[in-house]
Ligand binder design. Structure first.
Ligand code: ADP
Ligand code: MG
Length: 731
């Protein structure tokens, strides 16, 4: 092992678990202490302001400046008491992660120079104009107006981090186009609320609101920061671009749910402590399948808030990792040959009357509503399967999907045997059989008595990208580093559109003389039939499924830049327009940004790979090769020709092997550079992304293959990069 590597590994192993900072208090004593939540607001705002604000967040009333002024005054006082000196509008531009610019509360008390006061007005709370010119907009700002605004999202509470009051906001252009991920999500949540409430009212007029829920499961890797620092690929791209598999990795399945190493346990406690302070209900922690891979999952919550909490959690996790001598890897595939990381999005809808719309009910009416929502969701996922895949697809996630560890790059829905049987029964029954009005005039659909055990359904299918799990769907294809907004906005919009259609179809049948029950039944039945292609309970990893899915007409595209195209298909444009989530202009602009991001990511990786190959790998390999050559010479000098030939046979074959690998690496890097140059002059973003995918990316595997072979040959002492076996086993 080289001394550089040795020192780094030594350091890593010497590190002890840090003391945990959590106080010996009950979690509930300090949960949400740094959040301007309902309980805190009640202390700092008047009753009238609370009511006004509730009208804004719950009923969509417009926020006038006097409400904002009152809220700002209360918020300011509370934040200052917690030690805040600054405030920031926190937003989600079309890049990875979040953006913020901090401003101090200070202002002149009167004329300039007349002393300083802490000030925070409703205007400052409600709207800001950050210098938006360097955030990607896909050309929207150059064709319209350069300015971009952040605007307060009162439905996600402000919080204090260190000395800063953080205000969740949307980010829009002067002309009103969304420049972020939050604005479309809020619109989609509004759309699904409206559409689902209208459908629910067909069953129960008391329903006034439907809430979309999200529970994310965040997977992550930890590596020691000393080792991380000596891997330029991890440092610059978030993943290892080379590295031979460790002899032992996850094959013994001894990591999953295993005992958490003490250093990691200390880290987990620390991030949970932080999470609780910010009102994030972290619930579950465990080892994941791959070595050094772990998971954190909170209790689910309202979708918009849950998305914000995930973004905050990812930044907390990154920050706290440094305190423990770790680096957090949220990349979807940091290491080849072992599992990558995802972020399952557990999603459901629930009414303000307390009914979970994906929870089979106890009464026939409840079950009819359940089947209505279920089949409409299947229809939505069926119609928009290509788009849903696009909503989770990135350069990083492409490495994970379909790699025998995560869902394939084909969206299908898993229902489990019991639900499948129920839908089959419904599909094959005539309405006369199915609709039985019993003595109490209750509707029975042959599904009136879904067995209770169904609620604890443990029927699981890890290979499905969209799986029903008893009271929710789990959208498993979402990547670990993703902002959940993208997947959630798309899913909620698609379901909203379908529910609008459902109600229109039922209403039309009623107008034509059908009873309500029969109309509902007929539409459900038609949905079961029409959406059948999306249902698949088998092994999503198998080759047969790929062939079968293609036959069924599901989208099987695997090229990221081509998958992204789904956003601007006719059906997607119509979907986002009809639900008022995104305009056609916004969709085109966003795709530009996605293609541009894709190109940049592959470009950076290609550069790092080329540099490492030429600067690290080839010099080390040729140095070792010359040692071997030296040995051959010396052997010849000492022994007879015949004997020397025998002794040197192994050295000679290694020398040849090394030069073969080296020359292929060298040639491939050169060819890759040429391919990049050709791609770089393409002006059209989409064509450029396609060129990067088709003609640059393929070199990665070739170069890596030969580098990994060299890693096995070259003297361990000379190899400069920490190996997988060193990176992957935290002690
Ligand atoms: P798994 O067995 O899938 O690993 P976990 O317990 O790790 O399950 O995570 C399940 C996630 O789903 C949690 O965040 C949980 O709060 C969430 N969840 C449970 N019920 C619902 C629901 N009805 N809607 C949305 N999310 C839910
Ligand atoms: Mg899960």
């Amino acid at each position: 092992m080289s001394s550089l590597r040795f020192n780094a590994v030594e350091e890593a192993f010497k590190k002890k678990a840090l003391e945990v900072t959590a106080p010996s208090k009950l979690t509930s004593d300090y949960f949400g202490k740094y959040v301007f939540n309902q309980a805190t607001m009640a202390k700092y705002l008047s009753k009238q302001t609370m009511r006004d604000l509730k009208n804004v967040t719950d009923k969509g009333a417009t926020l006038d400046l006097s409400i904002a002024d009152d809220v700002a005054a209360g918020m300011r006082m509370w934040a200052i008491e917690l030690g805040a000196t600054h405030y920031t509008h926190w937003f989600q531009p079309l890049t990875d992660g979040t953006a913020e610019k901090h401003d101090s509360f200070i202002d002149y008390a009167g004329a300039p120079g007349e002393g300083i006061v802490e000030d925070f007005s409703g205007k400052l709370l409600a709207q800001q104009e950050p210098d938006a010119s360097s955030f990607p907009s896909g050309g929207i700002r150059s064709t319209f107006e350069a300015r971009g605004y952040t605007a307060w999202d009162p439905s996600s509470p402000a919080f204090v981090v260190d000395d800063t009051l953080v205000i969740p906001t949307i980010f829009i252009s002067y002309t009103g186009e969304s420049l972020d991920l939050k604005a479309p999500l809020l619109k989609a949540l509004h759309a699904v609320d409206k559409a689902a409430t209208a459908v629910c009212q067909m069953f129960d007029p008391n329903v006034k609101k439907v809430v979309s829920y999200l529970g994310w499961e965040q997977e992550y890797f930890l590596v020691d920061e000393g080792l991380y620092a000596t891997r330029p690929d991890l440092l610059l791209t978030g993943r290892t671009l080379m590295g031979h598999e460790s002899a032992k990795n996850q094959q013994l399945e001894d990591h999953y749910f295993g005992a958490v190493p003490s250093r990691v346990a200390a880290y987990m406690k620390d991030i949970e402590f932080e999470a609780y302070k910010y009102g994030i209900p972290a619930k579950t922690r465990h080892n994941e399948v791959a070595p050094n891979q772990f998971e954190l999952a909170p209790i689910f919550g309202e979708c918009n808030l849950s998305v914000d909490q995930n973004l905050l959690m990812m930044s907390i996790m990154k920050k706290v990792a440094r305190r423990h001598g770790f680096r957090l890897l949220l990349h979807e595939k940091p290491f080849a040959g072992i599992n990558g990381s995802g972020k399952h999005n557990n999603w459901s809808l629930g009414t303000d009357t307390g009914v979970g719309l994906f929870t089979p009910g106890k009464t026939p009416e409840e079950n009819l509503l359940f089947v209505t929502i279920l089949t409409s969701t299947l229809m939505a996922v069926y119609k928009h399967n290509a788009l849903l895949k696009a909503s989770i697809m990135t350069a990083q996630n492409a490495h994970r999907l379909g790699a025998n560890e995560a869902p394939p790059a084909i969206v299908s829905a898993f229902l489990g045997s019991q639900l499948t049987a129920i839908l089959d029964k419904l599909e094959n029954s005539t309405s006369e059989e199915a609709i039985v009005v019993d003595a109490k005039k209750k509707l029975a659909l042959g599904i009136a008595h879904i067995p209770e055990v169904f609620l604890d359904n443990t029927d699981r299918n890890r290979t499905s990208p969209f799986a029903f799990t008893g009271n929710r769907f789990e959208f498993r294809a979402v990547g670990s580093s993703a902002n959940c907004s993208s997947a959630m906005a798309t899913l909620n919009a698609a379901v909203a559109q379908q529910l609008i259609e459902f109600k229109a179809e039922v209403d039309a049948k009623i107008a034509a003389g059908s009873t309500k029950e029969k109309a509902i039944f007929d539409v459900i039945k038609s949905y079961i039939k029409a959406s059948k292609a999306i249902r698949f309970d088998g092994n999503g990893y198998s080759e047969e499924w790929k062939a079968e899915a293609a036959k069924r007409g599901l989208d099987c595209e695997t090229s990221v830049p081509k998958i992204i195209e789904a956003y601007t298909s006719k059906s997607s444009i119509e979907l986002f327009k009809s639900t008022n989530v995104l305009t056609e202009v916004e969709l085109h602009a966003r795709n530009e940004v996605k293609w541009e991001t894709y190109v940049k990511k592959i470009q950076i990786e290609a550069r790092v790979l080329g540099d490492l190959a030429i600067n690290h790998i080839i010099p080390v390999a040729t140095r070792y090769q010359s040692l071997l050559l030296d040995n051959v010479y010396k052997t010849k000098a000492v022994f007879s020709v015949e004997k020397a030939g025998k002794i040197s046979a192994m050295d000679l074959s290694l020398i040849e092997e090394i030069s073969e690998h080296v020359s292929i690496i060298k040639k491939s890097v050169e060819d890759m550079v040429v391919a990049r140059k050709v791609a770089n002059v393409i002006e059209h973003e989409q064509a450029k992304a396609n060129a990067y995918h088709d003609s640059v990316l393929p070199y990665f595997d070739v170069i890596r293959y030969h580098i990994d072979k060299l890693e096995l040959i070259v003297d361990d002492e000379m190899w400069t990069l920490p190996k997988y076996r060193e990176l992957l086993f935290i002690r």
